[in-house]
Every structure is written in C-alpha cells, then in structure tokens.
Design a binder for this molecule. Structure first.
Ligand code: CA
Length: 223
C-alpha cells in the first residue's frame, strides 16, 4: 500500500511512518496540511491517515476539502480520547474509520487493511490467482500449496499486480505505488529485478511483460 500520513506530532508521525514502512508499505508523512493536500493530487495513495488536531488549518477542513474534490480515498482519522464530538463530525464529513490516541502501529495497519478490503470490494483476506494464494493479513504467499518466501518489496509488487488483475501497469505507475518520497530514487532497474525474482520464486508466468508498456499479472496457472 502507498499511504499518506498527516500528523504534526513529530514523535508519533515518525513512529507511524517507520512502523508502516517496516510492514512493507510506502509511506509519505507530512506535518503540514498544505503539503499533504498537494501530495494527494500527485501520487496514487491507497489510504490516508489524518490527525484532526493540527495547528493552523484543522484536520476536519482538509477532510472536507478532499471529499469535495470527490476523492474516494479511504481516510482514517486520529483523535484524542476525549474527542467524541470530533470523531462524530469526522465520520459525518466522510472519514471511513477512526483510531483514538495512543495508537499502536499494528492496530493502525490492521484497520487500514480492513478499509482497503472494503474500498476494493474484496471482503476476503485471502486473494487467489490460479495456484497462487496470498493472505493479505499474514502476508504469506503460497504457490501450489508450497510457501514462497518474498522480500517486502517483492510482496508489495505482487500485491499491486493482484489488486489490478485486469490492468497493464506502466513502470512509472508501479514505481509510484511501491516507492514513497522518503528515500533516494529507486535504482532504474530495481523494478525489473523484483519482477525477475517473482518469476523465479513463484512461476515464470506470474508476471507478464507487455512490451513498451509495462507489466501485468500473468494468466492463471491452475492449482
Ligand atoms: Ca496533532
């Protein structure tokens, strides 16, 4: 998942960004609403985590603006324990879920997964594609009932392909979903390397190269 966090608390923001990255997600963390607002228009986020208590422009204002732009982006709001009215107002303004501080990264990750399952209309935690089974909760991959050991990046790439089984994704689209703006630019051939490893570890046909365009999920190989 590529996630956006808008949280002005440096300790909490850093902990959430670090924790979610360790779980294999690409995370862009912003402390200011203006920057986050601009980012939403320029990167394909799967979900946003929004602190309502922000200095200057309140989180509620950003939430309303995102919803006015008809952004279908799933949004989870963070509130203080005594912020019942704030939570109600947030849900009414279009938030999909909320968490009360203090927050554990594990619970946040689980809520985000659940939100995404609802957003993509996939109620099941397990996705299958022919002989491939992917458990989105435990992040375990099985090929013909045999466990496959993937790195976080390989897993993230596989997840993007499984999420869009009918689409051909350009290298730029895949890179936008896999890499946040935190680190250095990805090596130009990093994507090819991950594709190569997926084919070697799972099956040569799991990823299809569409010459001149990009990559797509391969045809189903029967179990
Ligand atoms: Ca705050």
């Amino acid at each position: 998942m590529r996630l956006l966090i808008l949280e002005d608390d440096p300790q909490l923001g850093d902990a959430l960004a670090t924790g979610l990255r360790q779980l294999g997600h690409a995370v862009d963390w912003f402390t200011g609403g203006t920057e986050a607002d601009a980012a939403i228009d320029s990167a394909p986020y799967d979900a946003a985590v929004l602190d309502l208590g922000l200095p200057g422009t309140d989180g509620m204002v950003w939430l309303r603006r995102w919803r006015e732009r008809s952004s279908a982006l799933p949004v989870l709001i963070l509130t203080a324990r005594d912020g019942v009215q704030q939570r109600i107002a947030g849900l009414d303004a279009g938030a999909d879920d909320y968490l009360i501080k203090p927050i554990s990264t594990e619970e946040l990750a689980a809520r985000l997964r659940a939100m995404l399952r609802r957003a993509t209309g996939r109620a099941q935690a397990e996705w299958t594609h022919g002989a491939l089974r992917y458990d989105t909760v435990t992040k375990q991959v099985h090929w013909q009932d045999r466990p496959v050991d993937l790195t976080a990046r390989e897993l993230a790439l596989l997840e993007v392909l499984l999420k869009h089984p009918q689409r051909v994704l350009s290298k730029a689209q895949l890179q936008e979903q896999l890499y946040d703006w935190s680190g250095r630019e990805p090596e130009s051939n990093a994507l090819e390397v991950h594709v190569h490893r997926l084919r070697r570890k799972i099956h040569p046909d799991i990823v299809r190269t569409v010459r001149g365009v990009g990559y797509a999920l391969g045809a189903e190989v029967p179990a």
